[in-house]
Design a protein around this ligand. Structure first.
Ligand code: NAG
Ligand code: NAG
Ligand code: NAG
Ligand code: NAG
Ligand code: NAG
Length: 616
């Protein structure tokens, strides 16, 4: 585990502190963070000296525990402050670095010849951004960058395995990236899975619509009692989700400001013509409507049908279709990890979701949609712990401002991203090469809601064509809101099960689930059947947007950070427990779906009607 590396670094730097104090202005360098080159990557070449790096420096947020306390109070349905979200300004005050840290870092940058005009600061000054040639970064951080190559894909990154800072700065800087981060954001950590060998879905759909035996052609879900068109067992449409999850609500409080948001990365473009085809078939009243497109950091929006992206199509069609007529926004964020240094692109930020977080946190409270879905993630261990903690804290900042931050739980069960579970190695990156389950970040962040995948209607079971991502974080401790449910599951495992393969005291995910396979979307002008927990997350976000609308109509605040509500005694009867299925990976059968919470489907799938009665 990375923990051992972190502890080693801390021990080294504190033992040298006294020595460094002798020269407070330009102390000696001490290693701030060191990692092992992750498996599958090799050092390939030296970067060109003028290769540009956009360096992000994160200063400590000493009052973050206060923010966290607010977050739990305003998100706890039993607390008197439920819904009493903080404003942008209040949040910025709580993440502001200590003046001593600002001063120490400024002094350091000035000593290297930088001026205020060379740097950009976040509104709370907790992040500093500098654009520098790699040679200057190497001098600043006493390090050497290399071009690393990913053996299987040929992808490359410009990174280092260790960087240093003067000892007196160690307490004033949390994290500097890109340095040691080898993470590569992926679409639900996999490619989306098409179902092209399935029976012709168009036939199945029209049969369900037109045949006289329509009434007989239904299934009854054993857990919720929902009566669902039989075709839904093969093909998931908006109507199927409404039937299965007991959704019968027409938005009333519709404003012109988007209230549901979809993030788009990796040149995944949402195409309006495909959305219109989808609406024509599944949501005729929505034909003629679209979504707001916002470019983040130069993200593009080509409306060329042949550039329509499967992930983007799935996300916008189901999230916006379920939430209609609530307006939606699609953010297209530029930046594509892996960076190819042999193309003409001069910069290498490679952390597009950090750019998106900066962007969205800088927006006015009223302008941020209160339900946001993201279907991207990566192996937790490839994101350095310090960086995962900082970005996870940014999701908390959204939560305390009343935003539900929703992520898919990944598509490889307990395993790594290798599409063949039989050959998954699941080896730790910390130099010890131990076998271990590989959790997914950001799903493993305790401040987001992670959504797993199910399939079939009667009964609903854990998705099987790909295993629903689930497990336990190696970075984040188990939050109180889920402790009882998760420990009940852990205690029921046969003694010694998967010993040393997972952290039973880590943040466990997913929290809940929704259907994850056989979604019927329109892509590049054609109806396709597609699956992934990539489908589950936008579907859940659509339902949350509906609840927020109903609450707004009654003058109530948005639901915000959902997890304390999801695990509360209040909503016990809301989740349709999923008790069949498993999530294999790493050469094991993974975990089982069981009665109550499990690391495959969480607490189960939503009964929207019941949830509505509780929260509206
Ligand atoms: C639903 O589909 C699954 C898999 O395709 C099949 O095994 C199951 O029997 C079907 N259920 C019903 C009730 O038709
Ligand atoms: C649309 O995209 C395709 C493939 O990327 C390209 O070949 C074509 O020229 C583009 N069409 C237009 C009108 O830009
Ligand atoms: C771990 O694996 C890497 C190669 O993947 C190897 O270079 C290294 O020596 C191994 N370390 C141990 C402790 O086995
Ligand atoms: C939503 O409902 C609230 C409370 O009733 C009201 O103040 C607000 O104007 C409504 N907004 C819209 C867009 O209808
Ligand atoms: C899952 O269930 C199977 C069948 O009951 C059982 O053999 C296995 O031990 C269970 N695995 C776990 C991790 O609970």
């Amino acid at each position: 585990m990375r923990l051992s590396v972190g502890l080693l670094v801390v021990a080294l730097s504190s033992s040298f502190n006294a020595f460094a104090l002798a020269d407070p202005g330009r102390g000696r360098f001490h290693v701030k963070e060191a990692v092992h080159v992750p498996r599958g990557w090799v050092e390939h070449a030296k970067p060109a000296p003028d290769h540009t790096i956009v360096l992000r420096i994160g200063l400590p947020q000493p009052n973050f525990p206060v923010l966290e306390k607010h977050l739990y109070e305003v998100s706890d349905p039993e607390h008197g402050r439920y819904g009493d979200h903080l404003s942008k300004e209040e949040v910025e005050d709580l993440v502001r670095p200590h003046p001593d840290s600002l001063e120490a870092v400024n002094k350091w940058l000035v000593s290297h010849g930088f001026e205020e005009t060379d740097i950009a600061r976040s509104p709370a000054q907790d992040w500093i951004t500098l654009r520098l040639p790699v040679v200057a970064v190497e001098k600043l951080l006493d390090t050497k960058y290399s071009v690393y190559k990913h053996i299987d894909s040929g992808d490359t990154l410009v990174r280092t395995t260790s960087y240093s800072l003067p000892a007196e700065l160690h307490d004033h800087i949390d994290v500097i990236q890109p340095t040691t981060m080898f993470g590569r954001l992926k679409s639900a950590r996999s490619t989306l899975l098409f179902n092209d060998n399935d029976e012709d879905d168009t036939v199945a759909l029209s049969k369900a619509k037109t045949t006289a035996d329509n009434i007989a052609a239904t299934l009854t879900n054993q857990v919720s009692g929902a009566v669902v068109d039989a075709s839904c067992n093969r093909t998931i449409t908006i109507k199927c989700l409404q039937q299965l999850y007991n959704v019968n609500y027409t938005p009333q409080n519709v404003s012109t400001t988007p209230q549901i948001g979809i993030t788009g990365y990796l040149e995944q473009f949402a195409n309006v013509q495909d959305l219109t085809s989808f609406y024509t078939e599944q949501k005729p009243e929505a034909v003629g409507t679209s979504f707001t497109y916002v470019s983040v950091n130069g993200g593009e929006n080509p409306q060329n049908l042949s550039q329509s992206g499967a992930e983007a199509a799935l996300d916008v069609q189901f999230a916006f279709g379920l939430a209609y007529p609530i307006p939606g926004v699609f953010w297209s964020t530029a930046g594509r990890p892996p960076f190819k240094p042999d193309t003409s692109t001069p910069t290498n930020t490679n952390e597009p979701y950090a750019d998106w977080l900066d962007y969205v946190l800088s927006q006015k409270d009223a302008d941020i949609p209160k339900s946001i879905s993201t279907s991207y993630g990566d192996d937790e261990q490839t994101v350095p712990r310090s960086y995962a903690i900082r970005t996870c804290n940014q999701f908390a900042q959204l939560g305390v401002r009343g935003v539900s931050v929703i992520f898919s739980s990944g598509d490889w069960g307990v395993g790594d991203g290798n599409p063949d579970p039989a050959t998954q190695e699941c080896i730790t990156n910390d130099g010890t090469n131990r076998t271990r389950f590989i959790p997914v970040y950001p799903a493993s962040c305790p401040f987001v809601t992670a959504i797993g995948g199910t399939e079939n209607i009667a009964p609903e079971v854990a998705v099987s064509r790909f295993p629903s991502g689930g497990g336990f974080s190696d970075y984040f401790p188990q939050p109180l809101y889920q402790l009882v449910d998760v420990q009940k599951y852990v205690a029921a495992l046969p003694k010694g099960t998967y010993k040393n393969l997972y952290n039973p005291l880590g943040r466990a995910f997913p929290d809940v689930s929704t259907q994850g396979d056989r979604y019927r979307i329109w892509l590049r002008g054609i109806a396709r059947s597609i699956g992934g927990t990539s489908a589950s997350s936008p579907a859940f976000a659509g339902l949350i947007a509906l609840l927020n609308d109903a609450r707004a109509a009654k003058g109530k605040k948005s639901l915000g950070f959902l997890n304390p509500l999801i695990y509360s005694a209040k909503t016990r009867g809301v989740w349709n427990d999923v008790t069949v299925g498993k999530n294999p990976g790493c050469g094991t059968q993974g975990f089982n779906a069981t009665k109550g919470w499990d690391p495959v489907t969480g607490l189960g799938t939503p009964n929207f009607g019941k949830l509505f009665d509780i929260v509206v």
